[in-house]
Structure formats: structure tokens, C-alpha cells
Design a protein around this ligand. Structure first.
Ligand code: ZN
Length: 944
């Protein structure tokens, strides 16, 4: 199925009268209609192919090879080699020597790691080429040839294998952290000591560093073969044409004679429940998961399957709504909890009850969550809960049907994977909706309870606890005692659904304002309305995304207007308002009121401005406008929610202390800005939490949103002025407010020194070094300079991939981030920054650092690889063309036109500049930016 269950936090609408509608009758064995838009076939050699034409991204296509192969198939000498092979696919094939695949596709504007990628898991290995230009027949053939070579023609040269050992060791190092170490302790319990526990895809580093070439080749020969492979091509292509090319190109891959059996591992049963407590020095918050394993059900492709999965999904979402509501209370013993049912391994599914207890509340938290589970299984759900769940789903599905042409390549691929690897058919959405309506129509509490009770079996139970040193951790005896007490709890009563008869606007009477003037801007075909309360609204019609409306509104001021002492309250003022609900509604009530509505709004305070963002389906545009009106006129501030917010911040502060990444981030801030930087408060420490104040937050919010006339609105979407204008008059022009003219105040903080060079030693469980380098300088703001900063960034990235990663095997990857930003008016300053970060073996820092600087010097000396420039140029032109498929681009166009005074659609503002950039431009930029730039180099090293 394409259709993904949306998160329960999204808002939906009621439009069909479900309970009186005529639904068809289906029988359990009725087949689910197969999606006819997808072409599926099997070649004589056993390879499966899928072709799906779509114009969601015009002129591009994505190419995948999905292999029914993973680390579970490794033998004891091959641990890590399924993943090793995945890397080797990018290091030479029959038709693409060396880095030929990357080189060829980068010239089409593709980016390694983004458009070209792969992953290996225990039971599948997937390679992808995403959004490659599809209108050049030669490029299409090239992409198909890449899939062809991946299928069976990897070169696997000894030299390339040796070069990759270091990269993978560094990948392991980068990924190695406390949760990985906890997983290693718990895996034997999760998987009941089956092979899964010993076949983590990253593997065994001793093997990765030392295996004989032949061992890798054996794995390749045994498992990479057409009967275990499917290819999928999705995009702006002609299906018949692609099918013909596939049949021709893939014919030379022979079917394997006497292939090894592709075995599958079932996790063995355990009659007696098992328990494990895992600890790690760098873990400071606990977690409990109680799971019950089941045999995976074989899909039958019938109404019965859809019925069961739909009923389960609704039952679990209702329990999770209750748990979510409980977590909104300060005295609730858990931070979050979730109960669900999902596929776990090839042959097993799990029911899981998982929770994050608050500090020192493991027993209480587990007890409360278990009681909720048992309450649901015993007493079921109220009529109101079920009706709201169904309303949400109808709305969500209708919205989905309106946007069938906008299904992303990735969603299609995820359906293809389920079809190929798990035999779940790809359904026809319209026919599926008919079945769903029948299922929803027949729902009642007994049906949902039965689904839950059927999954709560007595065997195959596991309780896995991530504990915290110094806490009173849940032990085996206590855990099982809590479970059995909950199962037999005589005091449990049915859940009371407290929600009734509330509405968003309540009895509020809105006095509409007026649109006092209207002006058209021909150049970008936009309209500007001035409202009677002084608000300016810029609007542009856009239907790149059907039925969508997007909104942004901004006014200058923001955090810059406050003193350091108030900054914590500034930073969390809008969070408090959001958590507190709206008008007379708590946030839980609000969520219920908005059941079935597709509309959301958020209010934020940023460095230099107040910002409102909103999005809705066109039929719920009025709801979005009402939400904006209410957040201005009737914000709610709840002292209990303040208590909860402060508690959450205190907890996360405590957790930060043991977390290596947070320690590194805080150290960099302290090193660069000094511990006593008064203008800003960038680190959330104890003093920060102590300075949070309910009264301040409330008054800051009210003050920041007191002057609506200072806001400029930008609206883009599939809506006509006839619909929009009355809503603007009613809900935006009616917002009252004082009038003032606020400006941003420049409070930029300087670094403590122009040149900072520091090594910082920290205690860590898995030793690694992390290198952080940054350049910053005031630099003139222009469209061309923005583009130059970006070219410099991307060309260096290509260099570091070649030198630090591929040649040295020194790091899994160097990450660069660069930008040129200007401070808001009245400031005339703008600043460019370039930052470089990578992890590596602590022993190798002194060897790798000079390489980082050598690559920069080369750019300064004009030694720029011509191909790097062309790859980058092509990528920018292609990305810009791709972005034009979506309403977000239209929003940027409108926003930039009115804030920065330029027209994004005019090639002279982007395409012409990108096309004009020469190596000399990059060299000149590097020299002028880097000369006299402020720099820091902070290197973290493990305490020996
Ligand atoms: Zn990898």
C-alpha cells in the first residue's frame, strides 16, 4: 500500500457523513484490487522489475535495485561483509571503473549521499539513484547500466577493497555511541539468541580490517543474483520504453545454476518470559520495552488483511491518544509512552509496550502504562473516541486521494519494497477506500478489543530495560510483578472521555475588518492587500500542490529586544502558549476539536523577528485563519503546563551531562564565545532553567504579538481571491492591537579571539576524535556572493570525499556548512561562515588536519578541478528546476520579492549567475574571504 497512517497529531476534517453513508459489502476473501499504474514483470533470468510513471518531479526519474539479501546471510567469517559489498558497489564495476558511477552521475547534477545512496540491513540491501534527469535517452541508459552492473558486475579489486576497510572502520566509529552499546547488550534478548543478535550489518571490525578478498567474493557470488533482485524505475518516463530497454539490457545476466537457498531465520519461541537490564556510563535516561513476539502473518492480499490491519491501527492509535494525554501532566511518571504492533524481522512481528520513565520513576511509570493497556483490553473504547478516529481517517484518505499525482518517488519505492520483500500487494487507492469505508462503518469497541487481546499472548515475552547508574532500576522480579498485578487489577475502571460539545471559537463573536486597498504586482503576478488594521498581505495563487495553502507572517523585533536575564523565557514563551491550548480549550481539547481538520499554525520567536507559519488544506483554510486569530486574541497560559515545561527542561538538562555530543557542542560554544558571554545565552544550564518564569513568558508572548499591524503576511496556494478575501477580512483584519514601529537591535556576539586553536580532552566510552573548523568574516551581501559561498562549500566537499575518505580511509565523511547572511535592518552588516566537521581515529588527527588545509590552499592557488565546478553547477541548475515542481518554491518567490526585492523567476538572479561562475571567481572568493577571516579549530580527543 502507498497509504501511510498519518501521525495522530495531524489535524483532519469531517466531510462525509460516515455513519449514514452507503457502504459496499465485502467478504473476508475478497481480493484487494491491485494498482494498475504500476507495471510489474519477471525476466527469464528471474529478476523482477517494477515501472511506475509519474510527473510529481518533472523530467526526472529514480532507479532502485532491491536485493533480498542482507547481513543475516553472512557466515561467521563474513560478519560485516554484506555492508562492505554495498560500499564496493561504488568502487568499480564492469562498465564504470573506479569512481566511474559517482563521476558519471555527478555530472548529471547528482550528489553522493543524497541522490546516490544505499543501505544494508539484516534482510535487505537497497541501492538508489534519485531524481536523475530522465529526458536524455543516453542518461536513462546509463542509469539502467548502473543497476545492471550492481546486479552482477562489481569489480571487487584488491586495491579498492583495501582502501575501503578504513572508511568502514570510521563509519563504525562515527555510529558508535551509548545507544549502540545498549543495543548490543539487549539484542540477544530481543532476538532470543537467534542469528539476528549476531548479525548487525556494521559487523565485526576485526573481520572488516583483515578478511581475505575471496571471502567477500564468495558472499557476492552466493547472494547477488537475479532471483534475489528487483529493479524499480519511478518517474517521468514512458513505461513501455523502459520495459523494452530493461528486457534488452538485463538479458545478459545469467540465472544462477543450483543457487544456495535464501534461508530465513525465525526467532525461536520462549515459553518463559525473559528480562534484561542494560547499563552504560553515557546513558542518563531510562527506557522500558515490553515486547511479545509473534510469527509474522503471511499476507493474503484480501479484505481480511486490510480489515485486521485497519482495526489494529485504530485500536493502537486510541490507546496512544490516552497515553499522550496523560503525558501532558506534570505528575505523570513517564515522559512518553507508545504501544504498537509492527513487523520486526523477516518471520516475526511484535506487540510492544514502550515507555521513557521520568528520573527515578521506572516502577511507577511501567505500572501506569500497563494499567492503561489492560484498561483498553478489558473495557475498550468510547463511541466518541472511535468516531473521532474514523473522522480523522476519512479526512486523511480523501486528502490523499486528491493528491494521487503527488505521491513521491520514495513512497512508491517503499510500496515496491513491501511487494517484493514481503509480498504485500500494491493496492489501487480508490478501490481500497471503498473497502476501508466498510471497515470503518462496522467498527465498535468489541472488535477493537478483540484485536488487542489476540496479540497479548503469554509466551514469547521479553522485558528489556535501559537503566541509569545511580537510579533505582527496574529488576526482573519487580517487572513481572507489575505485569501480573496490572493483568489482575480489580480496581480498573473504564476510561472516561471528558470531551463534549466544545468548539474552536466557542461563543466568540468576531467583528470583521475590511480590505482597504488592493494592488497587483505584474512582475510576479501577486496581489497585495492592505487590511483595515494595518496588516499587509501578499498573495500568489499556486497549484503545484493541489488543494494546499501555505502561510508565513513576520514582524521584526524578536529575541533581539530582550536582556540576557529574560532570554530563557523568550525562547520558551511560544512553547508555553502552544502547550497551554487556546481560548477555553486545553491542548488536549484543542486536538479533539480539530479532529479531521487539515490545518496547523505555529507561532515562534526568533533572533530578529516574530514568525507565524501555517499550512492547510483549502477546505480547512478557515480553520487555519481561526487558529491565527485565536493565537493573537485568546492565547492561553496554563501554570500547570509551565510546571511540565520546566520539569521537561530540567530532565533534559540532567541527561545532557552524560551525553558526549552535548558536551562537545557546549564546549565549542564556551570556547568560541567565552563562558561569560552576556549578550546571548546559548547554553541551557541550571541557571538557564532557574531563570524561566511563567509571568515573564506570558508577558513576553503578549508583548511580541501585541502589534498585528507590524506583521507582513505571505500566502501561497490553490485558493482563489474570492475565497481568501472574506476570510482575511473576518479573521485577520479583525485582530486588534496597538501600533508601534519596532526594529531589530544588533546583539551579535563576537568570538573571544580572532584565532582560536584548542584541543579538548573528554572522557568517552568509545574513543574517537572530532574535528571542528570554522571561518567567519563580514562579507558583502549579494546574490552572486551567496552562490559563491555555496560553490566553495560543495567543491571542498568533493575534495574531502576523495582525499579524507577515499584515499586516506580517514573518516566516514567530512561535513561542510556554509552561509552568507545579512542582519536585518537597520544593520547593514552581512557575514559569511564556512564550517568543517569530521570524526576520526584520535591517532590520525595530526595526519588528516594538514590535508584539510592543503585542499583549501589549492583552491586559493587556483588549483580547482574543472569537473568539480561542472558537477556543482549542474547540481544547482537541476535542484532549482526540481524545486519549481512544488508550492514551496512559489512561497520563496513571493517572500524574496517583497523582502529582498528580487524576482527568483528571472534567470539573471540565479541561473545566469550559476552559469557564469568561473574557477577564477571561486579562487578570488576564497582569497578575499579567507584573508583575515576569524578562525577556530577545536579538536576533541578521548581521555586516555
Ligand atoms: Zn556504510
Amino acid at each position: 500500500m502507498f497509504y501511510k497512517q498519518k501521525s495522530v497529531l495531524l489535524f483532519f476534517v469531517i466531510i462525509a457523513n460516515l455513519f449514514t453513508g452507503q457502504a459496499q459489502n465485502f467478504k473476508a476473501g475478497d481480493p484487494i484490487a491491485v494498482n494498475q499504474k504500476i507495471k510489474k514483470g519477471v525476466l527469464p533470468n528471474g529478476m523482477t522489475y517494477y515501472i511506475y510513471p509519474t510527473t510529481v518531479n518533472k523530467n526526472t526519474a529514480s532507479y532502485y535495485i532491491i536485493q533480498n539479501v542482507g547481513s543475516i546471510l553472512e557466515n561467521d567469517q563474513q560478519k560485516g561483509l554484506a555492508h562492505f559489498l554495498e560500499h564496493m558497489a561504488f568502487n568499480g564495476t564492469k562498465n564504470f571503473e573506479g569512481k566511474g558511477i559517482l563521476n558519471t552521475l555527478q555530472k548529471q547534477g547528482a550528489v553522493f549521499g543524497k541522490n546516490i545512496n544505499a543501505y544494508t540491513s539484516t534482510d535487505e540491501t537497497v541501492y538508489n539513484l534519485d531524481n536523475i534527469p530522465s529526458k536524455d535517452s543516453g542518461v536513462v541508459d546509463t542509469c539502467l547500466l548502473v543497476l545492471h552492473d550492481w546486479s552482477g558486475f562489481l569489480s571487487l579489486t584488491n586495491q579498492e577493497i583495501d582502501a575501503e576497510r578504513g572508511v568502514i572502520t570510521e563509519e563504525w566509529r562515527t555510529r558508535q555511541n551509548a545507544s549502540q552499546r545498549i543495543y548490543n547488550q539487549l539484542a540477544p534478548y530481543y532476538y532470543n539468541n537467534s542469528l539476528y543478535a549476531d548479525r548487525k550489518p556494521i559487523g565485526d571490525m576485526e573481520i572488516v580490517k583483515n578478511f581475505d578478498y575471496q571471502v567477500l567474493k564468495d558472499f557476492y557470488k552466493d547472494w547477488y543474483r537475479p532471483d534475489l533482485q528487483a529493479i524499480a524505475i519511478v518517474g517521468d518516463i514512458n513505461a513501455e520504453d523502459i520495459e523494452a530497454r530493461i528486457k534488452k539490457l538485463f538479458a545478459d545476466i545469467p540465472a544462477r545454476q543450483n543457487p544456495k537457498k535464501r534461508f530465513e531465520i525465525a526467532i525461536p519461541d520462549n515459553d518463559k518470559a525473559t528480562f534484561k537490564l542494560a547499563l552504560d556510563k553515557e546513558i542518563s535516561s531510562s527506557n522500558i520495552i515490553y515486547m511479545i513476539r509473534h510469527k509474522a502473518e503471511k499476507p493474503t492480499g484480501t479484505f481480511a488483511d486490510l480489515e485486521k490491519s485497519t482495526q489494529r491501527s485504530i485500536a493502537f492509535s486510541l490507546i496512544n491518544n490516552r497515553l499522550g494525554e496523560m503525558a501532558q501532566k506534570e505528575d505523570c511518571p513517564f515522559k512518553g509512552a507508545q504501544i504498537g504492533f509492527q513487523n520486526y524481522s523477516r518471520l516475526n512481528d511484535i506487540l510492544f509496550i514502550s515507555l521513557s520513565p521520568k528520573p527515578n520513576q521506572q516502577e511507577a511509570a511501567f505500572t501506569v502504562v500497563m494499567n492503561e493497556w489492560v484498561r483498553a483490553t478489558k473495557f475498550g473504547f468510547s463511541k466518541g473516541e472511535i468516531e473521532r478516529a474514523v473522522t480523522e481517517r476519512i479526512s486523511s484518505y480523501e486528502n490523499y486521494l486528491e493528491k494521487l499525482n503527488e505521491i513521491s518517488h520514495k513512497s512508491v519505492i517503499s510500496a515496491v519494497k513491501k511487494d517484493y520483500l514481503k509480498h504485500e500487494i500494491i493496492s489501487d487507492p480508490v478501490a481500497e477506500f471503498e473497502m476501508l469505508k466498510t471497515i470503518w462503518n462496522n467498527l465498535d469497541s468489541a472488535i477493537l478489543q478483540k484485536q488487542l487481546n489476540d496479540l497479548y499472548t503469554t509466551n514469547n515475552r521479553v522485558v528489556a530495560v535501559t537503566g541509569v547508574e545511580k537510579e533505582n532500576n527496574l529488576n526482573e522480579e519487580k517487572a513481572f510483578d507489575i505485569i501480573s498485578k496490572a493483568e489482575n487489577n480489580p480496581t480498573l475502571k473504564p476510561y472516561v472521555d471528558s470531551f463534549a460539545g466544545k468548539s474552536l471559537m466557542g461563543d466568540i463573536v468576531v467583528k470583521p475588518g475590511k480590505i482597504v486597498s488592493e494592488k497587483t504586482t505584474k512582475e510576479i503576478n501577486a496581489t497585495t492587500y492592505i487590511l483595515s488594521n494595518g496588516v499587509k498581505v501578499h498573495f500568489k495563487f499556486a497549484d503545484k500542490n493541489k488543494k494546499d495553502v501555505k502561510l508565513i507572517a513576520e514582524s521584526t523585533g524578536g529575541e533581539s529586544l530582550y536582556e540576557p536575564k529574560d532570554l530563557p523565557s523568550v525562547n520558551y514563551a511560544t512553547n508555553l502558549a502552544e502547550m497551554s491550548g487556546l481560548g477555553n480549550l486545553t491542548s488536549t481539547d484543542l486536538e479533539k476539536v480539530l479532529t479531521g481538520k487539515i490545518a496547523n499554525v505555529s507561532f515562534d520567536l526568533l533572533d530578529s523577528k516574530e514568525k507565524i507559519s501555517g499550512a492547510s488544506n483549502v477546505r480547512d483554510l478557515e480553520t487555519m485563519m481561526q487558529l491565527i486569530y485565536m493565537r493573537f486574541e485568546k492565547p492561553r497560559f496554563d501554570a500547570e503546563m509551565f510546571g511540565l515545561l520546566k520539569q521537561r527542561m530540567q530532565n533534559s538538562l540532567n541527561e545532557k551531562e552524560q551525553d558526549i555530543e552535548s558536551q562537545m557542542n557546549d564546549s565549542i560554544v564556551n570556547t568560541v564565545y567565552g563562558k561569560n558571554s552576556f549578550k546571548k545565552r546559548m547554553i541551557e544550564n541550571q541557571e538557564y532553567v532557574d531563570d524561566l518564569s511563567f509571568d515573564k513568558m506570558k508577558s513576553i508572548y503578549l508583548d511580541r504579538f501585541a502589534d498585528v499591524s507590524n506583521f507582513e503576511f505571505y500566502i501561497v496556494g490553490d485558493v482563489t481571491p474570492e475565497i481568501l478575501k472574506p476570510l482575511l477580512e473576518k479573521y485577520i483584519a479583525s485582530i486588534s492591537g496597538i501600533k508601534r514601529n519596532e526594529k531589530y537591535v544588533d546583539k551579535e556576539v563576537e568570538w573571544i579571539s580572532k584565532k582560536i586553536d584548542k584541543d579538548i580532552v573528554i572522557k568517552m566510552e568509545t574513543p574517537k576524535s572530532s574535528v571542528n573548523i570554522c571561518y567567519a568574516k563580514e562579507y558583502p551581501y549579494s546574490l552572486k556572493n551567496i552562490i559563491l559561498v555555496s560553490f566553495f562549500n560543495d567543491i571542498l566537499t568533493l575534495r574531502y570525499t576523495e582525499s579524507l575518505r577515499e584515499k586516506e580511509g580517514g573518516t566516514y565523511g567530512a561535513h561542510l556548512r556554509s552561509k552568507l547572511v545579512k542582519l536585518p535592518k537597520p544593520s547593514s552588516k552581512s557575514k559569511a561562515t564556512v564550517s568543517i566537521n569530521f570524526d576520526c581515529d584520535a591517532e590520525k588527527v595530526e595526519h588528516l588536519l594538514p590535508i584539510v588545509y592543503q585542499e583549501i590552499d589549492k583552491v586559493k592557488n587556483g588549483e580547482i578541478v574543472a569537473e568539480d565546478l561542472e558537477k556543482t553547477r549542474k547540481n544547482y541548475l537541476k535542484s532549482r528546476a526540481d524545486s519549481k515542481n512544488f508550492n514551496n518554491y512559489i512561497m520563496s518567490l513571493l517572500y524574496n520579492y517583497f523582502t529582498e526585492n528580487y524576482n527568483m523567476d528571472d534567470p539573471k538572479n540565479y541561473e545566469d549567475i550559476v552559469n557564469s561562475i568561473t574557477p577564477k571567481d571561486i579562487q578570488d572568493f576564497a582569497n578575499s574571504f579567507l584573508s583575515n577571516a576569524d578562525t577556530f579549530e577545536v579538536v576533541f580527543k578521548p581521555l586516555q
